[in-house]
Design a protein around this ligand. Structure first.
Ligand code: TXA
Ligand code: MG
Length: 361
């Protein structure tokens, strides 16, 4: 059966909350990407999320809450976080982060209580929590009256969905309802930040809330998980695999932006006749004709993340552009490189490098 795309009317939100109560899963919009929602307190519903996405159970889920007031005290009322395992410093930091960034695209990883089922956290003693800003996500959580787990509503390893139609493409035959909240405003998944028991902050996944903003609010520069190790192992978030967000069409990252190319870029593979092109900034048509001239290939489709070089717009367009290029019929997607080391550009660089990594790489 095909899934139904539902307008977010009160009646449809009530219908979806009812489905959640029976242990079913539904897709909901958030400001970052669409999520596949299930009752966070029901291990069977969570198992259904993993099955529907074909997601391995070592990759934990984010719990979504809607608070009356965005403070740590209010979050604690839900009894998901074990505050006894947080030092005074960690408590203060967490409260500052919640007040500054919630509701919004920041996920906090905190010590968990027994109320969070092990399957949600892949057996770890921490839980990832965020308060989404999207009014439809909030309305669904409020109507349901309990926290909701929601991974991105795509099949595992694939491109994250930023519209109801994208979700239908990913999971259309597998779920009954998709709440339509329009195109996602942010377009990239939330920043994930772990607050360690001693108050150390660790960036587990970059997002549109960057290290500078977090430092401004907390006075502390978070450590980058990729460079941090505990017991010799990187402190990476589980599930942050090198290959992720991958289109079916391979992506080749070119060494320089098209506008700086003096000679044809070297490719470590045979160049097919038909390619598509991802341009980071500027005019995609100009870039496409330059690639056509330099490489002698037909460019089936070119997409620019932002003609004016606006990173907020780039984030919003990123997954949608990948999805369009993937559907263009090209055998290869050529992409300009993204080498930003801070801000939103850093989050885009992270997603782009994972999208360009084949599972076997
Ligand atoms: O913006 C978002 O965060 C979206 C929307 C739907 O809210 N959700 C999302 O979920 O991106 P998902 O499942 O695609 O990514 C969740 C990631 C996991 O892959 C894992 O890396 C990290 O969150 N995570 C979850 N629980 C964790 C924990 N206890 N410790 C460390 N990392 C955790
Ligand atoms: Mg995901």
């Amino acid at each position: 059966m095909k899934s139904q795309i539902l307008a977010p009317t009160p009646a449809n939100i009530a219908l979806c909350a009812k489905a959640l109560r029976t242990g079913d899963v539904v897709a909901m919009p958030t400001e970052t990407v669409y999520g596949l929602a299930g009752n966070a307190s029901d291990a069977n519903a969570l198992a259904k999320i993993f099955r529907t996405k074909e997601r391995p159970t070592f990759d934990p889920l984010i719990v979504h809450v809607a608070l009356e007031k965005s403070t740590l005290a209010e979050l604690m009322r839900g009894s998901l976080v074990d505050s006894h395992r947080l030092s005074n410093t960690a408590v203060k930091l967490t409260d500052k982060l919640i007040r500054a960034f919630w509701p919004g695209p920041l996920t906090l990883v905190l010590p968990k209580t027994d109320l969070v089922p092990d399957i949600a956290t892949s057996g770890m003693d921490t839980v990832a929590i965020r308060e989404p800003k999207h009014p439809v996500a909030r309305a669904l959580i409020q109507e349901f009256k309990l926290p909701i787990c929601a991974p991105s509503a795509n099949r595992f390893g694939r491109i994250s969905p930023t519209s109801a139609k994208d979700v239908a493409e990913e999971l259309g035959e597998r779920i009954s309802y998709i709440l339509d909240g329009g195109s996602c405003e942010v377009g990239l998944e939330s920043t994930i930040l772990q607050v360690r028991e001693d108050g150390t902050l660790i960036l587990l996944r970059p997002g549109v809330i960057g290290l500078d903003e977090i430092e401004k609010v907390t006075g502390l520069r978070p450590l980058d998980a990729r460079k941090t190790s505990t017991d010799g192992k990187p402190a990476l978030a589980p599930g942050m695999l090198a290959s992720h967000y991958a289109p079916k069409t391979p992506i080749h990252l070119m060494p320089t932006p098209v506008s700086q190319m003096m000679s044809p870029p070297k490719l470590n593979q045979k160049l097919p006749k038909k390619v598509s092109l991802l341009v980071l900034q500027g005019d995609e048509k100009k870039a496409a004709s330059a690639i056509h001239e330099l490489l002698g290939v037909e460019v089936l489709l070119a997409r620019s993340l932002s003609r004016s070089g606006d990173w907020v717009e780039s984030a919003r367009n990123f997954f949608k552009s990948l999805r369009d290029l993937d559907a263009s019929g090209a055998e290869l997607i050529l992409s300009e490189p993204c080498q930003e080391s801070s801000g939103i550009g850093f989050a885009i660089a992270d997603r782009l490098s994972r999208a360009a990594t084949r599972p076997s790489d």
